[in-house]
Design a protein around this ligand. Structure first.
Ligand code: HEM
Length: 76
């Protein structure tokens, strides 16, 4: 899998590039197809970032990522 930097991820925020990406536990997911991530916004959260520490605020678990195939790794 390809590795991306935080800067590269940040461009996939739903505003600067057509792709909408979210990182969770070191993996990057493409959520562009999700109606729930339109324009990069998901409730109070923005795509283009590592949202691992924010999952605690969600009414759901990480099970929501199961339907998405990771498209890359986030560089430390
Ligand atoms: C205020 C916080 C949040 C709220 C209210 C919220 C709400 C929801 C709801 C209602 C759904 C669809 C139903 C479900 O699967 O349970 C959903 C799906 C999802 N959420 Fe969240 N969420 C929040 C935070 C987050 C965070 C921080 C992440 C990332 C770490 C995240 C990632 C996702 C993903 C990937 C989906 C699946 C989208 C799809 O299936 O199209 N959510 N969320």
């Amino acid at each position: 899998m390809k590795t991306y930097t935080k800067q590269q991820l940040a461009l996939r925020n739903g505003q600067d590039k057509p792709e909408i990406w979210v990182a969770y536990k070191g993996l990057i997911y493409d959520v562009s197809a999700s109606r729930l991530w339109k324009n990069g916004k998901h409730y109070e959260h923005w795509a283009g970032q590592d949202l691992t520490d924010e999952l605690i605020d969600a009414p759901h678990t990480s099970e929501v990522f199961k339907k998405f195939q990771p498209i890359g790794l986030l560089k430390n």
